[in-house]
Design a protein around this ligand. Structure first.
Ligand code: C5P
Length: 220
């Protein structure tokens, strides 16, 4: 068989949720399991790439041949990913990075009282956008767009706003697609306007099809 276009390339994948500290014992997060990002990292390594997996807190084993970098919050994930930006050929943002974090996390445990409580949130950095807007010619940027409804127009906007080469749009329906489950239905939109609707697949198969589409965009 023909060698993979990913062979010898360096790939950075972000995966999993982030945790944003409220106090010493509490955090804000989401239901991301990391399965999609880990499947992508595993498949890229199988295709002969050097793979760095920047992972939020998940319970998955590190795939064979993959170099793992753990992070907890969005800010930590950016710090772990940033040193990898310069030398990668491809960056795939599969992490469900929290958009906001508590402005001032409290040390120790917040005590309850009878009054209501307000939690002030500030914006987190966008890891994928930071890579994408600072990258060198030839480096590819790929993102995910997870939407509960309305869908493909948001995904298309993400492709242009974040200046991506490809965006994988997936509908979060809580059963067969999106967070936690083992399957996914992806629609791939690329920079040239091509749209590929994938069927319901395991996350491993979805990762293969995604990387097939990315390989076509990689400079040989
Ligand atoms: O804008 P939105 O969060 O929907 O974009 C999703 C894409 O951007 C995903 O690829 C995700 O990994 C990435 N992202 C990121 N850092 C953020 C927010 C999203 O890398 N703070």
């Amino acid at each position: 068989p023909e060698p993979s276009a990913l062979s010898g390339k360096t790939v950075v994948v972000t995966a999993g949720p982030t945790r944003e500290k409220i106090d010493g014992v509490r955090y804000l997060s989401n239901y991301s399991s990391g399965k999609m990002g880990f499947a992508i990292a595993a498949e890229a390594a199988r295709r002969g790439a050097t793979v760095h997996l920047v992972s939020g807190p998940v319970t998955l084993p590190t795939p064979p041949g993959v170099q793992r970098h753990d992070a907890e919050s969005a800010v930590e994930m950016l710090e772990a990913a940033r040193p990898l930006f310069a030398d990668c050929d491809l960056f795939i943002g599969a992490a469900a990075v929290a958009d906001y974090r508590p402005e001032t996390p409290v040390e120790g445990k917040i005590k309850k009282h009878d009054a209501e409580m307000e939690l002030r949130l500030v914006r987190n950095p966008d890891i994928l956008a930071e890579f994408s807007t600072n990258r060198k010619p030839g480096q590819l940027a790929v993102g995910f767009a997870l939407e509960t409804a309305g869908g493909i127009d948001y995904a298309r906007r993400k492709l242009t706003d974040k200046k991506l080469d490809l965006v994988a749009f997936n509908i979060y329906d809580g059963t067969t697609s999106g967070f936690e489950v083992d399957t996914n239905v992806l629609t791939l939109l690329d920079r040239d306007g091509a749209i590929t609707e994938l069927p319901l697949l395991s996350k491993e198969e979805a990762a293969e099809r995604l990387l097939d589409a990315i390989e076509l965009l990689l400079p040989r």
